[in-house]
Design a protein around this ligand. Structure first.
Ligand SMILES: [Zn+2]
Length: 484
């Protein structure tokens, strides 16, 4: 690939003269306008769009050597809709003779454009456009550039002819008095496109955050269904099925549909890992299943999300698990429900399947995401979260963990998450100048965690680095919780 030399204008121009990448695109038109009048109109580049249809917008009020020329092109065909913004260096200005600028828009591209005028006498002027490009970046889409240069040349010459008509009709050529261009259509189209894009991005984000489900088989009859709220685990054996966490709408409905299609046994038991409604709102879609949760869950549900549960009474757990935990049976598979001391909430359970060495942790684990931390209302404790994580990795060193959010994790992933919580908590404990200062001081970026959107008490909550510091700060500085 040939590259034009950079920096020195003269070297570039000589280089261009020696290349054979393209024949210059050029043309002239003779107009009945005295050269002084033509030049006075022409030199005001900010008015070019009024008479030269290759331009959408121009910035310069005059042509001055050494200045940048800034403008935007119209597309080569109106239906293409793009506007090509450009910046060039004005390298030659000869009064009533010519202006030349050089464009280095793309790496390895060099284009040189000259508009020139010539006094033909008797009040006539010749106006011309000359343009040539070279370089590897230019050659990459040379076809386009030649069409574009031709478009610029043709519209410029047509524009000069239009100026001639205007001059003949009005006897003057003040560019400020040329008919104004309307930008209304441009803004209508631009805003419509932006709205469509925003809608598309918003829709895609909503779909991937709240609707899209991914099911993965972890063992025969054991599937994890991620996405659409908290992750769910489906265990089917011996004509019986159990579901851990039911997501929230619309993900809960997609999960119900997935179960209808993929699970032949009836779901007779639903276990909730905790009360948060991105894990529990779908409970009432399984009216004949027993709802099982830690003993404190019904009270937390009614206290914090009563609007929902008052109308979905059948979803509130009735088989309540004491702090000491319990065992369950699904076909021939035994499951243990284990309750840690207050951690993500005061009513957490994890579900252990010894036969397959799988643990569904609920929101005790956020894998690869910033965690959501309920404030003291749900009984959240960061030291409790750290203890629970350490116990999970010690008790089940070789297990596969189904986290509350994020992909299936190993004990190693959990250890890193535990380290994250420990480091976050140690940082906020040291802070004594308030939440704002803590948010400014503590840098969590090196942990490279992803942001998680979530609905909590009917409000959209973002688990971000900044929010993690604020939540941890509030929890750490609340009475009674200052040490690890
Ligand atoms: Zn939760």
């Amino acid at each position: 690939m040939n590259l034009p030399p950079s920096g020195n204008d003269g070297a570039r121009a000589r280089y261009l003269a020696g290349t054979h990448d393209m024949e210059p695109v050029q043309g002239t038109v003779d107009v009945d306008i005295p050269i002084d009048i033509f030049w006075e109109c022409f030199r005001r580049a900010n008015y070019w769009p009024r008479w030269n249809k290759c331009f959408f917008w121009g910035h310069n009020r005059d042509l001055k050597i050494g200045k940048h020329l800034i403008w935007a092109f119209q597309p080569i065909k109106p239906q293409y809709l793009y506007k090509m913004w450009s910046i060039a260096n004005i390298v030659e200005v000869e009064d009533r003779k010519k202006v030349t600028w050089e464009v280095t828009a793309l790496p390895g591209m060099y284009a040189r454009h000259t508009y020139h005028v010539e006094d033909l006498g008797n009040g006539r002027t010749r106006f011309g456009s000359w343009e040539q490009g070279t370089g590897g970046g230019f050659n990459l889409i040379k076809k386009f550039w030649i069409i574009h240069f031709t478009f610029v040349k043709d519209e410029s010459l047509k524009g000069a002819a239009m100026l001639e008509q205007h001059y003949k009709a009005t006897g003057q050529l003040d560019p400020a008095k040329l008919p104004k261009k309307s930008y209304l259509l441009f803004w209508i189209v631009t805003i419509a496109i932006l709205l469509l894009l925003a809608g598309g991005i918003g829709g895609a984000w909503f779909y991937s955050s709240f609707v899209k489900l991914t099911a993965t088989q972890l063992a025969p009859g054991v599937n994890v269904v991620t996405g659409g709220g908290g992750n769910s685990l489906v265990v089917e054996d011996g004509g019986d099925a159990l579901l851990v966490d039911t997501k929230f709408s619309p993900g809960s409905k997609s999960l119900h549909h997935w179960i209808d299609t993929n699970v032949t046994s009836p779901v007779t038991k639903v276990v909730n890992t905790h009360y948060h409604y991105d894990h529990t709102q779908g409970n009432s879609l399984y009216p004949s299943a027993r709802k099982i949760a830690h003993a404190s869950v019904p009270a937390l549900m009614r206290r914090w999300d009563n609007d929902w549960w008052a109308g979905h009474d059948s979803g509130v757990p009735t088989q309540l698990i004491p702090d000491s935990g319990a065992d369950l049976q699904v076909g021939s598979k035994k499951l243990s429900l284990v309750h840690p001391p207050p951690a993500h909430t005061a009513g957490d359970l994890w579900v252990f399947l010894p036969a397959d060495n799988i643990v569904a942790t609920g929101d005790l684990v956020f894998n690869s995401y910033y965690p959501f931390m309920d404030q003291p209302e749900g009984g959240t404790s960061i030291p409790g979260m750290i203890l629970a994580i350490r116990k999970l990795t010690t008790d089940y060193p070789n297990a596969r963990f189904v986290p509350g959010h994020g992909p299936v994790a190993s004990a190693q992933n959990l250890s890193r998450y535990g380290d994250y919580l420990q480091s976050l908590y140690a940082s906020v404990i040291k802070e004594n100048a308030g939440e704002e200062q803590a948010a400014a001081d503590v840098n969590l970026r090196p942990w490279k965690l992803a942001i998680l959107p979530s609905l909590h008490h009917n409000t959209m909550i973002w688990a971000t680095a900044n929010n993690n510091v604020r939540w941890a700060y509030r929890l750490a500085h609340a009475a009674g919780e200052r040490t690890l």
